[in-house]
Write a protein that binds this ligand. Structure first.
Ligand code: UD1
Ligand code: CA
Length: 481
């Protein structure tokens, strides 16, 4: 283990989060497609710590369920009552035993903090040989934050909470971000001496700084250069600000890596989305989850893609896609809905007002207009006429439809599954196809047309239609003479 790798990171996530006014735990509110505590854990993992603990308390079932599902290897520690940040850390040390080496503690409500900054904090802690190193920053509006106190020589002497601070102390702009590196053994000892003698009536973790300093140990501060990433989230206004800032950071990284983002103001990209150079994202587009854009792919305007892979040079316009796979040079939209399991091969098309679910569209095959495709396999080069419905559901179960290579399904066909239209076969427009069409045949499944001469003039006398019919008849009679 390298010297700067801490023994443990402790993430504090047991607080009430009252100001969120939410039935969801504050740390589970998402930005950039990831819970706030997930961002903090990601930053913590950048330190490659021996263990990661998350202190849970308020709405702990929710947080525990999230950790179990999304964060393997992270250990939840219960804080039964919310006795303050010092109490929370004390609970961890009492429950898991002594932690030797460096222990990093971070608040769970700082989703913007980068792993890089945490690493710099841990490195400064090691290089300066401190007992405690506090991450600080110069905050333009320090209201609500703990202020960092220094002596005449500039050495850190302690932290005073906003609530407990004098007017003079409140004038200080260097604040405690809520991230610290401690010597584990000294931390355990100091926490035993933290009192609740303060405005909050809580055990403040921040008091450990003055206690260690009083014992003659070194306390240091690492000043984060960018205060923006150190901001905490206590309410939904700050949540929206953090979301915007994280998004700006994500978009900037994509643009620097060669992705064109036409309108950053109306584009939202989750942190796990990946894109190759020369992908283009048009306005009003949201990319969620594990979405990937291939080189030269164009997405938008007006797209919402979730867990969708877009192949190289494909285009997707005004579409909603969830769990879809769009092949290279394929085209989707405008106004298409691709649901889970929709797969378009190279140069395939799902056009206007087309819905696809659990279906494969073969290479170069086209579904251009007004069509529902469910549970189907469409062969390469096939063409599906406008208004076709793949009737996959019989009221009880779902069934599959197979369309062969270069098959041609006439407009407004209903394909009642299970059914096959084989290679090179056709269906006549307006057919309701209930049995297989063999290779090269045309399936015609509709009433034969018969015309009843003179019906309109007889049965709709006096209407504009009857008059038009009579005029046409007169003309025909004249021409016939
Ligand atoms: C804390 C710091 C303050 C700092 C600020 C930065 C203390 C005493 N103060 O204040 O100096 O400027 O963060 O945002 O630490 N939590 C628990 N158990 C508890 C109480 C809190 O796990 O009993 C967790 C919360 O879920 C939260 C974190 O600790 O993630 C911080 O708690 P919060 O009440 O938000 O502290 P602040 O008042 O913001
Ligand atoms: Ca129809």
């Amino acid at each position: 283990m390298s010297a700067s790798r801490p023994a443990a990171v402790i993430v504090l996530a047991a607080g009430e989060g009252t100001r969120m006014k939410s039935r969801t735990s504050k740390v589970l509110h998402e930005i950039g497609g990831r819970a706030m505590v997930g961002h903090v854990i990601a930053a913590a993992r950048a330190l490659e710590p021996g263990r990661v603990f998350v202190v849970v308390g308020s709405r702990r079932e929710q947080v525990e369920a999230y950790l179990a599902e999304r964060e393997p290897g992270v250990e939840a520690v219960v804080q039964e009552r919310q006795g303050g940040t010092g109490h929370a850390v004390r609970m961890v040390l009492e429950q898991v035993g002594a932690l030797d080496g460096t222990v990093v503690v971070t608040n769970g409500d700082h989703p913007l903090l980068s792993g890089e900054t945490l690493r710099a904090l841990a490195a400064a802690h090691r290089d300066e040989g401190n007992a405690v190193t506090v991450l600080t920053t110069e905050m333009p509006d320090a209201t609500g934050y703990g202020r960092v106190l220094r002596d005449a020589g500039g050495a850190v002497t302690g932290i005073v909470e906003h609530k407990d601070a004098t007017a003079e102390q409140r004038a200080v702009h260097e604040i405690n971000v809520g991230m610290y590196a401690f010597d584990g053994a000294l931390l355990a000892d100091a926490l035993k001496r933290v009192t609740t003698d303060n405005a909050g009536g809580e055990e403040y973790l921040t008091d450990v700084v003055a206690i260690l300093r009083g014992d003659g140990h070194r306390a240091g501060a690492f000043l984060a250069p960018d205060w923006v990433e150190t901001q905490g989230v206590n309410d939904r206004v700050q949540l929206a600000q953090a979301r915007r800032q994280l998004n700006d950071r994500v978009l900037e990284a994509h643009m620097r890596a060669g992705v064109t983002i036409v309108d950053p103001a109306s584009t939202w990209i989750d942190v796990e989305v990946t894109a190759e150079p020369d992908a283009v994202v048009h306005p009003n587009t949201q990319l969620h989850g594990a979405t990937h854009l291939g080189a030269g792919a164009e997405v938008g305007p007006g797209c919402t893609l979730t867990d969708t892979r877009v192949g190289a040079d494909a285009t997707v316009v005004n579409a909603v896609c969830v769990g879809a796979e769009i092949g290279p040079q394929a085209s989707v939209g405008p106004f298409a809905y691709l649901r889970p399991g929709a797969r378009l091969a190279r140069k395939a098309k799902a056009g206007t007002y087309v819905e696809l679910k659990n279906s494969e569209v073969g290479e170069g095959a086209k579904v251009p207009h007004l069509t529902y495709v469910g549970d189907a396999e469409i062969g390469p080069g096939a063409n599906i006429g406008a208004g076709t419905i793949f009737a996959n559901y019989d009221g009880v179960g779902k069934h599959r439809t197979e369309i062969g290579a270069a098959a041609f399904v006439g407009s407004n066909s209903v394909l009642v599954a299970p059914v096959t239209v084989a290679d090179g076969a056709y269906t006549a427009a307006g057919s309701t196809v209930t049995s297989d069409v063999p290779p090269g045949a045309i399936g015609v499944a509709r009433g034969r047309q018969r015309n009843i001469e003179g019906w309109v003039e007889r049965s709709r006398a006096g209407t504009p239609s009857a008059e038009a019919a009579r005029a046409a008849r007169d003309e025909r009679d004249r021409d016939g003479e």
